[in-house]
Design a protein around this ligand. Structure first.
Ligand SMILES: Cc1cc2nc3c(=O)[nH]c(=O)nc-3n(C[C@H](O)[C@H](O)[C@H](O)COP(=O)(O)O)c2cc1C
Length: 207
């Protein structure tokens, strides 16, 4: 394996003293993707992970439009992105538009948890991507209205986010400013800022 790949993979890998599964340790959001195509079987596994995600009332409000580099769907998804994301995401071999069904099917009332459930499904398929040796990078920097129009998505649905998917590419292929960002350390809040229990005495209980 290329030395730069090894260095970047190791530097992005979660370092923790507690036990944590391999997929969560190795998941991160790169902006540099390789030229290799994503095998259809791998993509199906990734979508299967989404399909088996949990959802309120088992509504399964997620829908996915998948574009492959060079096809019309891919180009429409790129067109909907903000310029910053276009700069790197147009090089990914696969782009997925993550869509939400707004109302419950059983009674047509607003499903307040639809976005939550789509987010869970996307999180689940991003981990399966890691399991398949791939990388995924989610984006909210796009024009949802433009995407809805480009794909004739009715008002019953809404575009929520885009995911770039592919094999990790060499970071030095990125434009300089993005290359620098790619090498930055990953930052997280401390555990006692996000988890509250009786035992964590120093933790404020007011949020
Ligand atoms: C809902 C969502 C929207 C995001 N939008 C963008 C985006 O528009 N552009 C981008 O470059 N990264 C985007 N990201 C990636 C985040 O910046 C990234 O997940 C965060 O910095 C943590 O890094 P990690 O995923 O490598 O742990 C988004 C991530 C999520 C989950």
């Amino acid at each position: 394996m290329d030395k730069l790949f090894q260095i970047i993979k190791e530097s992005k890998r979660v370092k923790t003293v507690v036990s944590l599964n391999e997929l969560s340790q190795n998941r991160w959001s790169p902006r540099s993707f390789g030229e290799e195509e994503v095998e259809k079987e791998k993509l199906m596994s990734i979508m299967e992970a989404a399909r088996w995600s949990a959802s309120a009332f088992n509504e399964q409000p997620w829908r996915f439009i998948v574009g492959f580099k060079g096809d019309e769907t891919f180009n429409k998804i790129v067109d909907s992105m903000v310029e910053f994301n276009q700069n790197w995401a147009k090089k990914a071999p696969v782009l997925i538009l993550n869509i939400c069904k707004n109302n419950f099917t059983h009674n047509n009332t607003v499903n307040d948890l639809a976005k939550y459930d789509v987010g869970q499904a996307v999180a689940s398929y991003c981990l399966e991507a890691v399991n398949q040796g791939l990388s995924a990078h989610q984006m909210s920097g796009f024009d949802a209205k433009k995407a809805n129009e480009a794909f004739n998505i009715s008002e019953a649905y809404n575009s929520l986010s885009i995911t770039a998917l592919g094999y990790l590419g060499k970071p030095d292929a990125l434009p300089e400013e993005l290359f620098k960002v790619e090498l930055q350390n990953r930052m997280r809040n401390q555990m006692d800022n996000i988890v509250f229990t009786d035992e964590l005495k120093k933790t404020p209980f007011t949020l």
